[in-house]
Ligand binder design. Structure first.
Ligand SMILES: C[S@@+](CC[C@H](N)C(=O)[O-])C[C@H]1O[C@@H](n2cnc3c(N)ncnc32)[C@H](O)[C@@H]1O
Length: 298
């Protein structure tokens, strides 16, 4: 049965067809994938369900939509239509954010996750840095309902509740009340350039506003880099994921802004440029020129 399903999935162009055939079988049988060999065979009803799921996957419906959840670091997040499925590569940005939130032993580090989607990054930080105050910002009403559902589930599981804010990450007044106070600002924005072709799972099921970042892929990143410099405290840090063609462009945006130092580019496990980071310059505004910044120290 598994071999037959794997063949059908491979013929439909599904990558890792055998693994997905097993994951779907494990889901139907309600056993961990590693214990499939020990499981009883399908009942007739289970077989019908399995074949229906395989058929939907052959239509390139995302595996995570079919099983209703996505793994992200130590979390299982509810996902489905209307929300971006969190990707394994974003675990690296979240992990970097977790490390940064722990640096310096602050009693209550303030962490902001812009473009939060399912809440993957925000909820990972809340789980792994229990002392952190975490604020998650999302604009899409559909994504917000998944975010609130995941946030409620994690709070019920005992994690510190996160704060969910419905807002546009490109708003020049975004989170005004946190100006100069944020320790760690993380963002996995929509960043694929508009003309780039994406796989059927993405084109048909991830919301376009979660994927495409305008003609050059930087439509959200540019204002986020600007706004983050205002929200971060001196020496607070920004981490922003980007398209793998933007490994020099996004660090260049941070450098051009003039308010970041220690700018670095980070690669994913496949060696592709994946996210850029920078630290807020430690200058203070001159008392007589509100809104302008001294330069020269960091
Ligand atoms: C690539 S997804 C990332 C979701 C999540 N952070 C993750 O890593 O899985 C981008 C998210 O940004 C949201 N988004 C797009 N434009 C936005 C904006 N201007 N303000 C706030 N959220 C936005 C989308 O709705 C989507 O949920």
């Amino acid at each position: 049965m598994l071999a037959e399903a794997a063949r059908a999935l491979a013929a439909a162009g599904v990558p890792s067809a055998r693994a997905e055939a097993e994951l779907l079988a494990a889901y139907v049988l309600q056993v961990p994938r590693g214990r499939l060999a020990l499981a009883d065979g399908f009942t007739d009803e289970q077989l019908d369900r399995y074949q229906a799921l395989v058929a939907r996957r052959c239509q390139r419906e995302p595996l995570q939509h079919l099983i209703g959840s996505a793994a992200f670091r130590h979390l299982e997040l509810a996902v489905g239509p209307g929300v971006f499925v969190p990707r394994p590569e974003t675990e690296l940005l979240a992990g970097w954010g977790v490390e940064q939130a722990r640096v310096g032993g602050r009693a209550e580090p303030l962490v902001v996750d812009l473009c939060s989607g399912s809440g993957a990054i925000a909820l990972a930080v809340a789980q792994e840095v229990p002392a952190a105050r975490v604020v998650a910002v999302e604009r899409s009403p559909a994504a917000l309902s998944w975010l609130r559902r995941n946030a409620a589930a994690r709070a019920a599981a005992g994690d510190r509740p996160i704060e969910v804010v419905e807002a546009d990450a490109t708003d020049p007044h975004l989170l005004d009340e946190l100006t100069g106070r944020v320790d760690v600002l993380l963002c996995n924005p929509p960043y694929v350039p508009q003309a780039v072709a994406v796989p059927p799972e993405v084109a048909g099921h991830d919301p376009a506003e979660a994927v495409f970042g305008g003609a050059d892929g930087l439509a959200v990143i540019r204002p986020v880099v600007d706004r983050a410099a205002t929200l971060l405290r001196p020496r607070g840090v920004l981490g922003v994921e980007h398209d793998d063609t933007h490994g020099t462009v996004v660090p260049g945006l941070l450098a051009a802004d003039g308010r970041y130092v220690a700018i670095a580019e980070h690669h994913d496990l496949a060696g592709r440029p994946r996210f850029a980071t920078g630290s807020r310059r430690a200058d203070r505004p001159r008392p007589d020129t509100a809104g302008t910044w001294q330069t020269g120290s960091s």
